[in-house]
Design a protein around this ligand. Sequence first.
Ligand code: GN1
Ligand code: MG
Length: 358
Amino acid sequence: MTDYLANIANQFALDSEPVSCEHFGSGHINQTYLIVTASGRRYILQKINNVAFKDVAALMENIAAVTDYLSKRADDPRTVLHLTHSRDGKTYIHYSDDTYWRVLDYVEDSICLQSPETPADFYESAVAFGNFQQQLKDFPAATLHESIPNFHNTPDRYRIFKETVARDPMGRAAECREEIKFVLSEEADGHVLVDMLSEGKLPLRVTHNDTKLNNVMLDASTRKALCVIDLDTVMPGLSLYDFGDSIRFGAATAAEDEQDLSKMEMDLDLFRIFTEGFLKACPGLTETEREMLPMGAKLMTLECGVRFLTDYLDGDQYFSIHREKQNLDRARTQFKLVADMEKKWEQMHQIVKQCSGK
Ligand code: GN1
Ligand code: MG
């Protein structure tokens, strides 16, 4: 453990001296470490990316408000994320080098998956995200800050995309002609959900907004849903964002940055399993929300691809990369998934109807 990390860790009210602090996890935005203390207890230390999250105080207020609300109503503490405060009682620290850090209790005896090992794992992730939304249905959504404004505003993502293509700061647009063409051909659909929200056809809810399978913890022995993690993007949003982002990531047959596109498809069996679990855990969805679930899946996938491609064109400023062109590869897998969903559109609607008992 470096002195630097030890200094940071020591600012928090841990149970004893930290003895190690190693890189952990696979997030694209924050830097995450696992702390082990002299007693053997484990904690998660995170450097909060304050370029992505411009107002860290507001972000941490959201997380504290939501986790407090949930823990008051939870029987088992392992079902809610728990912030370990700093020695002076704060939910995060602003360190002398202008970095921001927080500590979370490690969820013991839990696992976190990059892809479902069994269909039941994926079902449980649906239950976890469905529960999260259901449990927060009476939470006053308007009191939450927008930790990233316009996060799932697809038309706004298109605006930024087009600006970036026009600027072409790295001279990469020429090699992405096919991808750019695809994005533009899908632009009309990008408006559907935000228009329905502003017309009052879809209700505003408290949503997680980043419902990747690896943002769910499952109990290591029972493999049942424990809790959802990564609450940075909890904001007012649409249920379809949470459903859609889960399908984008978890119902995909290959990794987000797979280079062999022939491996990438949306698995209809996994789509069915997630839909079943989500609707069961979250019975209060309106008829219109249910009808729009496939659109949620398609738009979250399209939007994520647009974001990856924009970031590639912009010189990989936002999403961490571990190799060249990784963001372009990520964009390509998303567009392949969108095209595959379009082929399976009728079947996706059929499945939603069947899972709603219609
Ligand atoms: C980012 O950091 P991570 O991996 O949990 C991103 C999500 C994207 C995802 C793509 C705050 O999430 O919106 O869908 O990468 N989070 C933020 O893998 O931008
Ligand atoms: Mg995450």
